[in-house]
Design a protein around this ligand. Structure first.
Ligand code: PGA
Length: 282
């Protein structure tokens, strides 16, 4: 587990883009797991810039998105296919047939979910999975209560998520009540996971995910059990991490340090590395 705290959300987006760019360079037919929401926008912008500069080739890249609302027509401007086309796919040379999102309009949603999992397997599995985090600790649409073994399925959105996402719709009543999401079990099969978060409204969820119990009440906490997971945090999003961990970071100067989780000092797997850059968080 590695946690990097970056000074600004621009730097967070840049760091995430650099990681993804390295994986694309290292394996031109890499299978990416992608996410929507406001947090990934800076990363997608940075990837588009690298493509425009001739530094990145998406022609063999394959992608699978995490989730999609149920019942929004494919071309709806709040649908996730529309989001991905607009913010990434239409701006780079990825082959559209290599890009996959769950179909929230499928007449048999359960069959579509099973086929989605199969398609990921057939593609060889996800090499690197991008995740955001909800204010309630959700990852993709795995709301609190989602189990570690959960698979791609239809879920009911919590009132908190409906409220959070209503900023993208005319009003809250327009936000779909259900979504299709990859499960925790599905995403934990990715070879590498990168979670990005910015803003103070993510700080509590981040603190619980990294330093609280590993529990379905905070689905992002399960990521601590993944063998190759990095959290890239803008400093406000990191501001509720325990003072002990953060202060030892400051005391050591800016750089990379190993920190054991004070609540679970004996559990080696829970140790994480904090890397700081830029100014000290407030
Ligand atoms: P956001 O959403 O990037 O729009 O904050 C993240 C999430 O809810 O997973």
């Amino acid at each position: 587990m590695e946690v990097r705290v970056l000074d600004t959300s621009d730097e967070m987006g840049q760091a995430a883009a650099e990681l993804f760019a390295q994986r694309i360079e290292g394996k031109p037919d890499v299978v990416l797991g992608l996410a929507t929401g406001s947090t990934p926008l800076k990363m997608y912008d940075a990837l588009v810039r690298l493509y425009e500069q001739g530094k990145l080739d998406f022609s063999h890249v394959v992608s699978f998105n995490l989730d999609e609302y149920v019942g929004l027509p494919t071309n709806h401007d709040q649908g996730y296919r529309y989001f991905m086309d607009k913010n990434l796919f239409d701006k780079v040379n990825i082959a559209k047939e290599n890009t996959h999102l769950p179909d929230g309009m499928a007449s048999d949603l359960a069959a579509m979910c099973a086929a989605y999992e199969e398609a990921i397997k057939d593609a060889g599995g996800i090499d690197i999975q991008l995740l955001g985090i909800g204010g309630n600790g959700h990852v993709a649409f795995n709301e609190p209560g989602s189990g570690k073994e959960s698979r791609t399925r239809v879920v009911d959105l919590t009132s908190e998520t409906i409220r959070d996402n209503s900023r993208f719709f005319k009003d809250e009543s327009e936000v779909p009540r259900q979504a299709v999401t990859m499960g925790i079990g599905s995403m934990m099969e990715a070879r590498e996971i990168v979670l990005i978060a910015d803003g103070a409204d993510k700080a509590e969820a981040i603190a619980k995910a990294l330093e609280g119990e590993i529990t379905a009440a905070v689905p992002a906490s399960f990521l601590r059990e993944h063998p190759n997971c990095t959290f890239l945090l803008e400093r406000e999003a990191a501001s509720r991490l325990s003072p002990g961990a953060l202060e030892s970071g400051y005391g050591a100067g800016w750089g990379t340090i190993g920190v054991s989780n004070p609540r679970h000092p004996s559990r080696g797997g829970l140790n994480f590395v904090l890397r700081f850059s830029g100014r000290k968080p407030k």
